[in-house]
Design a protein around this ligand. Sequence first.
Ligand code: 3PG
Length: 391
Amino acid sequence: SDLVAQGQVAGKRVFIRADLNVPQDDAGHITEDTRIRASIPCIEMALNAGAAVMVTSHLGRPTEGEFKPEDSLAPVAKRMGELMGREILVLANWTDGVTVAPGQLVMLENCRVNKGEKKNNEELAKKMAALCDIFVHDAFGTAHRAEASTYGIAQFAPVACAGPLLAAEMDAISKALLAPKRPLVAIVAGSKVSTKLTILKSLADNVDQLIVGGGIANTFMLAAGLKIGKSLAEPDLLAEATAVIEAMKARGAAVPIPTDVVTAKTFAADAPATIKAATDVADDDLILDIGPQTAQALAEQLKKAGTIVWNGPVGVFEFPAFENGTKVIAHAIAESSAFSIAGGGDTLAAIAKYGIEKQVGYISTGGGAFLEVLEGKTLPAFEILGKRAAG
Ligand code: 3PG
């Protein structure tokens, strides 16, 4: 947007790397188009400024060098075209040259089909860079990858900068984690501690409350000396969970352990649900949600929060009998005056299910990228764009 304001975009060839990696059903229909919608402002900004615009993205994880019809961005171009009210041409075999006129928009076929994309091959990146005058990285969902169309091209393009989505994502995350209004409450849930251990450790140094849910909470319950029956947990990580609890305690912060839970004997939507005290879990019980007392207590904390970071539903919210915890948390976030930020596929599905999109401060388009930022990592996108900006 700075370049647009400076009048440096008119007549230029602008190459936009977006993240248009959206879910599709078996028939190839797009089932969720948030990423497409989120990518349009950057494209429109370039078009309105008089640029010749190329946009590309990966879609799925295709085999490099072997283009199959299901790898095509054609359905994405169709959906984007409907949203923008224009037809968008999809170009295949584009690395050797692209013809595009000022004011025109073309979509370059799935960039991950190009040999060398994933490994950030220098020759491929230089070919891509040669297609443009300005490279715009607007793919926050892919900001944690250093591939030819995200990293190499940013090294070699004449000008490389961040697009508005990439910038907005980083602003929201910085607001939540670097200069938060306190108390800062994080909800980290999901099936495994192992996949989110780095996040838990990183947040343990920063947040005032660390609410754990799902299988992660089960491991923390074990660490607190509670029995969890045959619930999903990682007993190997008890020492790590204890270390997180201790680190939080040492700062006067807390990891609330559930006081009640919703259990079943089998993992099924129609399994009878029983609410139990956390101290009464039987050997053959599966914990599938936090109990109503725990949910209410957490909701009170969320209402008092200054900032909320949410990643992961706290129970099996896809099954109505085990959705209460996630539903109560979602509504508490919606009602809280805190600045809230949420990310991750399951979290977005919960937000959509409870219709609270408008009440969440910022919904990230990142899955893995959002998690890596929570881990405290500097993502490759920001590293290379920072280097370019520094000259
Ligand atoms: C995502 O969906 O998280 C991004 O588009 C990145 O996809 P990838 O994990 O296949 O690199």
